[in-house]
Design a protein around this ligand. Structure first.
Ligand code: URA
Length: 435
């Protein structure tokens, strides 16, 4: 078999066999197939697509390119969640402790932010000392001991995805449903959870800009999960406007911790309670969504969800005093308001603009390896559908570089549209695919 023939077959729109896909992924992981051939192949997949069967072969080949964990050795059942990425999405930091406090183990490997979309690891690292690089043995031990882990992707799991994702990022081949689905699901399958809740975002601040694309991605991922023997559902959620209020690492961590005390923006709380409920139902702890939401609310009210976050931070050697006293978290030197230039109703708060502006302030990376500033970001003070007066606060910019303020202010003013007539609010969720 030759890589060039496999590339040419995909270029011509042919379906690839299981053996061809395995050959390609194994060869690329080992370094026998070079980056230039893998780039050409990824572009052919992006342009010609893949059938559900090919995407499943690809996912399994990527999942089997390294170790695969068997969590049933340490806990009876573990649940995982994955968001396809968005702006202000700090959900894992609230939901993982809520679900673990309800007695369902959560073993989660998260990523870093890239581009306009934030990453859970960067947010957790606002806590000094917090380790995000646990070994596979440490992951399993902690999951068995305390029922919660929140760390980075281990290099031994799905290494084909590690290599391919970095390549896609710089070859314009991220936006492909089979490539995204196999990337996400190979990591989830290798990480071993029996139940997986996928949060597929759709809108201006998401990879999938339209609901139809998001649905298609969700359907492909759910069917791959089922074929590999996992219980999987995908919720479709709105990412036209940022989720919650905080965008930026320490700001988001603070919002996520306050949610564990029952405080925070309505959309964020609704999002967290629903995702927790789906995880509890899928993991067999709750009989239905309403019961799952009740369980989630109870562990927030009795303090056990917050206590679980403390346990997680202590286990991963973070300084827990930063969670106990949120005023200790890094703070920006300059806080400046952006206000409405006219009265009316908010019709757009463009999540992508807000995410990119936050990156400009230093909250994200322009390229892999850049350092980030945990203190900076944006507090979004309005939602689509809100009525505002002239002069009312739309955003609060948290910056450490005063020279950026003017440009950021202008960009944020462009991110918002105010209309003279009432506008409906946006839904948090569009629906659910699976089970
Ligand atoms: N998230 C992933 O893990 N992979 C992708 O390809 C896109 C989003």
């Amino acid at each position: 078999m030759r890589a060039v023939d496999i590339i040419a077959r995909k270029r011509d729109g042919d379906g690839l066999t299981e053996d061809e896909i395995k050959f390609f992924i194994e060869g690329y992981t080992k370094g026998d197939i070079p980056d230039y051939q893998a780039s050409a192949w990824a572009m052919a997949v992006l342009l010609k697509g893949m059938t559900a069967q090919e995407t499943t072969y690809l996912t399994l080949a990527m999942a089997n390119s390294g170790d695969t964990l068997d969590l049933s050795k340490v806990v009876p059942i573990a649940v995982d969640k994955h968001s396809t990425g968005g702006v202000g999405d700090k959900t894992t930091i609230s939901v993982a402790p809520i679900v673990a406090a309800c007695g369902l183990a959560v073993g989660k490997m998260s990523g870093r932010g890239l581009g306009f979309s934030g990453g859970t690891l960067d947010k957790m690292e606002s806590i000094p000392g917090y380790h995000t690089n646990l070994s596979t043995e440490e992951f399993l031990k902690q999951l068995g001991d305390i029922g919660i882990v929140l760390t980075g992707q281990s290099v031994d799991l799905a290494p084909a995805d590690g290599k391919l994702y970095a390549l896609r990022d710089v070859t314009g081949t991220v936006q492909s449903i089979p490539l995204i689905a196999s990337s996400v699901m190979s990591k989830k399958i290798a990480a071993g959870a029996q139940a997986i809740v996928l949060d597929v975002k759709s809108g201006l601040g998401a990879f999938m800009q339209t609901l139809d694309e998001a649905k298609e991605l969700a359907e492909v991922m759910v069917s791959i999960g089922k074929l590999s023997g996992r219980r999987v559902i995908a919720v479709l959620s709105n990412m036209d406007q940022p989720l919650g209020s905080a965008v930026g690492n320490a700001l988001e961590l603070k919002e996520a911790v306050l949610a564990l005390k029952g405080q925070g923006p309505d959309d964020y709380i609704e999002h967290c309670l629903s995702l927790a409920a789906y995880m509890l139902v899928l993991g067999g702890k709750a009989g239905n969504l309403a019961a799952g939401e009740e369980m989630a609310k109870t562990v927030i009210e009795n303090g056990r969800a917050f206590e679980m976050l403390r346990k997680l931070v202590i286990a991963q050697e973070g300084d827990v005093s930063y969670i106990d006293d949120l005023s200790k978290l890094p703070k920006a030197a300059f806080i400046e308001a952006v206000t409405a230039d006219r009265p009316g109703w908010i019709s757009v708060v463009n999540a992508r603009d807000v995410g990119e502006t936050s990156v400009t302030l230093g909250a994200g990376r322009a390229k892999k390896g850049d350092t980030i500033d945990p203190a900076v970001g944006i507090m979004v003070k309005v939602k689509v559908g809100d009525q505002v007066e002239r002069g009312q606060r739309l955003f609060e910019i948290h910056a450490n570089d005063q020279s950026l303020l003017e440009g950021v202010k202008n960009r944020l003013l462009q991110a918002v549209r105010i209309l003279p007539e009432p506008v409906s609010s946006l839904p948090v969720f569009y629906g659910v695919i699976g089970e």
